[in-house]
Design a protein around this ligand. Structure first.
Ligand code: NAD
Length: 347
């Protein structure tokens, strides 16, 4: 068995042990691919039984050792395990920091491996919560499966999956290439399906041990998932599709206690996508003359702020407040929550 197979087998055992130890999931289970105990048990069921009888360290034959730790520290999310995709920067980094600040263990996932590592280290130094960096491409099925297995082997389960990784390739019908259209579709739409397919595996396992247990799939969508976006149809189309997936996943996953909701932020004008001094949208729009009469980046920014009834861009804390609500609210699923300062209003 190679290390991927071992982790895959371990990922099917750790959540069972975790819920056997604490029905609310108030525990972490770490895994090592070596047998560290005197005696090994045969399977997940026997391991769960050993833990119910007080063992804090269990070895499963041919797989390795599972070590149980009580959830420590305070915070509303103490004992929770979260993944945030695309969290090396931008909204994702802010969301990962927020979840850690509330006590959750967090996997910082990004295809930018160095950025993910730096963000995980920042979280550990600022919040004293354990974080891991996972390098993954959310459009690649094997990579996504490995990301889930790695997280579950590090912490013992999965309670909150935030589908945040996203890209923009704007352009008119004349400008847009099929290659770019398909790239946006794969990251902003297809990856949400791939990630949900694998993220729900440990969540369902946890529910099978603990019938009242609930988990969250949260898609970071966009106001462009609620109304069209001029010369940005590849993005808007993928985000509209994300709402369709959110609603359909919500129906399919409700019997397993897994809620699925979307947050639809307005423009994150302080974030790197807009404010990067070289590649940011402010600079691009200024050069392209998209805002009539704008002579500086500040003029472009003012024009975008003026579109928002509450007069400013969306911030990380606006999005994390919505995430907090979604997690706290146990009686809502399949919803798309606008966080747009009133720029987009639901009917
Ligand atoms: N920035 C905005 O104004 C805005 C507004 C509404 C919604 N959103 C949504 O919020 C989310 C985050 O946006 P942001 O502005 O923070 O983006 P960002 O560009 O700052 O960060 C996105 C991160 O995703 C990572 N990523 C991209 N493709 C990936 C892949 N295939 N696999 C793994 N990681 C990948 C990038 O490396 C990057 O770290 C996106 O889904 C976006 O559509 C953004």
């Amino acid at each position: 068995m190679d290390s991927f197979e071992i982790k895959s087998r371990a990922a099917a055992i750790a959540p069972v042990i975790r819920m056997a130890y604490s029905a609310e999931g108030k525990a972490y289970v770490s895994f090592a691919a070596e047998c560290k105990c005197k005696e090994a048990v045969k399977d997940a069921e026997a391991a769960a039984e050993a833990v119910r009888n007080g063992a804090k360290c269990v070895c499963v034959e041919g797989v390795g050792t599972f070590t149980v730790t009580d959830a420590q520290g305070g915070g509303a999310l103490s004992g929770k395990i979260a993944i945030v995709t695309g969290s090396a920067q931008g909204f994702g980094a802010g969301i990962a920091e927020f979840l850690a600040s509330k006590g959750a263990y967090v996997a910082v996932v990004d295809m930018n491996a160095d950025g993910a590592r730096a963000e995980a280290e920042k979280i550990m130094s600022e919040h004293g919560t354990r974080a891991i960096a996972v390098s993954a491409n959310v459009t690649d099925e094997d990579s996504v499966k490995a990301m889930i297995d790695e997280t579950v082997c590090a912490f013992g389960g999965l309670d909150i999956f935030v589908n945040n990784a996203g890209i923009v390739r704007a352009g008119s019908l004349e400008e847009m290439t099929k290659t770019n259209f398909e790239l946006v579709t794969s990251v902003d739409y297809t990856a949400f399906f791939i990630c949900t397919k694998y993220a729900t595996v440990p969540m369902k396992l946890q529910r099978s041990i603990s019938p009242d247990y609930m988990a969250d799939i949260i898609e970071i969508n966009s106001k462009s998932g609620l109304e069209g976006s001029n010369k940005n149809f590849a993005y808007a189309g993928a985000k509209f599709g994300g709402i369709g997936l959110t609603q359909s996943f919500a129906m399919e996953l409700a019997p397993y206690g897994i809620k699925c909701n979307a947050v639809c932020p307005g423009n994150f004008l302080d974030g790197p996508l807009w404010s990067d001094p070289e590649k940011g949208l402010f600079v691009q729009y200024l050069k392209a003359g998209k805002v009539p009469g704008a002579k500086t980046v500040a003029d472009v920014r003012a024009a975008y702020e003026a579109k928002v009834p509450l007069g400013r861009g969306c911030r990380v804390e606006d999005v994390t407040r919505a995430i907090q609500y979604i997690i706290d609210q146990k009686y809502e699923t399949g919803q798309a929550l606008p966080v747009t300062g009133g720029q987009t209003m639901l009917n």
